[in-house]
Design a protein around this ligand. Structure first.
Ligand SMILES: Cc1ncc(COP(=O)(O)O)c(C=O)c1O
Length: 395
């Protein structure tokens, strides 16, 4: 075993559960040897054997500017010299809160936490205590973090009748409904705006809160939330990933009346040692400033993703394969007819230096750092893999 990656993963398995701190990192679903990444620059990451990969995972969507962005590094270094953990309110925290509340029209107050899961847990706690109701509804195929077990009711996404039925039976007990505006955890699921309107109307009618889980979608498609860009006005929004510039973050936000019921103004208690950490806030603040100053790069990611999707689909069709590529803006996912063909595709692309999400259920992303020539490189790498899959299919 002379690969440094393999040696490190072998050590990791002795002391970390399954060698990882989060299950997907084991690459078990793709039946591939897991990547252990040592560094990154722009759209590329490098493993411990110094092999280079074009990264479409981007820390599961957190690194929208690409790795080691010089402005993010400068901001972090400045903060490091001044100390980086105080457990008090910090100027950068206020500035990040101002930018986010300014960008998302319907929110007035925000509270930062340390992850998307924590944001969802806190938002649910707020909704339950505020409404004095217990039941919380979510949709099948959604993912809202590692505490999904907190939800009491699950119905199929987009099913208008099921939604009406559950509210007719139990609407007075439903504290909140939580939804992902663009599904990113069961492959990419494009938005269903008609369903969102129904969701908004029915939650209003029954006095339940509507929570948009925008941990993936916030600041992904333009400078603000997807809800606001598409005209939905939820009561609470959960954010994460992009707003921390690649450092661990979550946040939940809403109107003052609701948010001010949190302690210290109100009675609903939620606290954290590390929330609003200065390093995280610096990375988030500079990232949002760059995003705000480069609206053309949002458009570029849309154009690149469309080009990628169209070209990929042409290659798939030319090989007579039944693989679907679903994209919405810069998010995309693959749907293979069988897990086995996904696994072959995955391993072969990885071998050729292309790093996609290690499960068909996960979304892939384009960052501001991706270029047309990198997309071309990906298409070129896929050619022999599709031929191999075609041969396999005709056997
Ligand atoms: C929609 C959504 N909500 C919540 C989470 C949980 O966020 P975190 O992994 O930061 O806890 C995720 C994670 O991918 C997510 O996609």
């Amino acid at each position: 075993m002379n690969s440094k990656n393999q040696q490190l993963f072998s050590k990791a398995q002795n002391c970390l559960v399954g060698g990882v701190n989060s299950p997907l990192r084991s690459f078990k679903q793709a039946q591939a040897a897991p990547l252990l990444l040592a560094s990154g620059k722009g759209a590329y990451v490098f493993d411990y054997d110094q092999k280079k990969y074009l990264d479409y995972v981007l820390c599961f969507g957190a690194v929208i500017l690409g790795h080691a962005h010089p402005q993010v590094i400068r901001a972090l270094k400045r903060q490091l010299d001044q100390g980086f953990s105080f457990g008090t309110t910090h100027e950068t925290e206020v500035r990040l809160a101002e930018i986010i509340t300014g960008a998302i029209g319907f929110i007035e107050k925000i509270r930062f936490v340390n992850s998307g899961s924590e944001a969802v847990i806190a938002a649910i706690h707020l909704a339950r205590t505020y409404t004095q109701r217990k039941r919380v509804l979510r949709f099948s195929n959604s993912y809202h973090g590692h505490a999904d077990y907190l939800f009491t009711d699950v119905i199929a996404y987009g099913q208008k009748e099921a939604l009406t039925d559950i509210f007719q039976q139990a609407g007075q007990d439903i504290a909140a409904v939580i939804f992902e505006p663009v599904g990113g955890n069961c492959g990419v699921i494009p938005p269903d705006k008609e369903f969102f309107s129904q969701l908004r109307a029915i939650t209003k009618k029954y006095g339940s809160l509507l929570i948009a889980d925008e941990v993936i979608t916030g600041f992904r498609f333009g400078f603000g939330s997807f809800s606001q860009l598409s005209g939905i006005q939820p009561d609470l929004i959960c954010l994460g990933k992009i707003i921390g510039g690649g450092l661990p973050i979550g946040a939940y936000a809403g109107g003052s009346k609701l948010m001010d019921s949190l302690s210290p103004l109100g009675k609903i208690y939620q606290a954290s040692t590390f929330a609003g950490n200065p390093l995280v806030m610096q990375a988030g603040l500079i990232t949002l400033k760059v995003l705000n100053s480069q609206p053309q790069d949002y458009k570029k990611t849309f154009r690149l993703a469309q080009y990628f999707s169209d070209s990929f689909k042409r290659q798939i069709a030319a090989n007579g394969l039944k693989i679907d590529l679903i994209n919405y803006g810069p998010m995309f996912s693959f749907r293979f007819p069988a897990e086995d063909s996904f696994k072959v595709f995955y391993r072969e692309m990885l071998k050729r230096g292309i790093y996609f999400a290690p499960s068909q259920r996960e979304a892939n992303f384009l960052s501001f750092a991706h270029t047309e020539s990198q997309v071309e490189k990906t298409l070129k790498a896929a050619k022999p893999v599709f031929s191999q899959l075609k041969k396999g299919a005709s056997k």
